[in-house]
Design a protein around this ligand. Structure first.
Ligand code: DQA
Length: 143
């Protein structure tokens, strides 16, 4: 059975409370439940992680080497700043999809750069929390 790891960066634990006009009203716990339900439907194992600390994301990507079949990553604000997360992703070569709940392309200039994108097979942005489920579909079925 395939294992997918879902990695969430800073402030995603604040979903539902945080700027609901941008990120929606679904809280983090409900997001995790949706991801787990979808994993059952796809017949895959899923590991869901969240941290506000850049090094944790680097560690979780490194640990995926040879153990995890695909990574769904929403690095939050580290998307726009972290060469370390990009380097970890390039080091392990695990298939990876970048997800953003909001449409970052329609937001501030500082959100127009994504470091992690260079290591990802696909980017899903602006599809709300459904983007996580689409990313899982892509990693499992290539669609
Ligand atoms: C985000 C977009 C980022 O710019 C922001 O810093 C986040 C969330 C999103 O999911 O839309 O924390 O990654």
């Amino acid at each position: 059975m395939k294992t997918i790891r879902v990695i969430n960066g800073p402030n995603l634990n604040m979903l539902g409370i945080r700027e609901p006009d941008i990120y929606g009203k679904t809280d983090y716990k409900a997001l995790c439940e949706l991801i787990e339900k979808h994993a059952k439907e796809l017949g895959v194992k899923v590991e869901i992680m969240q941290s506000n600390h850049e090094g944790d994301l680097v560690d979780w990507i490194q640990e995926a080497f040879n153990t995890i079949d695909g990574i769904v990553i929403n690095p939050g604000a580290y998307t726009h700043t972290s060469v370390a997360i990009l380097d970890a992703a390039k080091a392990v070569g695990v298939p990876m999809v970048e997800v953003h709940i909001s449409d970052v392309s329609a937001r501030e200039d500082f959100r127009q750069v994504s470091y992690i994108r260079a290591a990802c097979q696909k980017t899903i942005s602006g599809h709300g929390i459904n983007g996580y489920l689409e990313a899982m579909d892509f990693l499992c079925k290539g669609e």
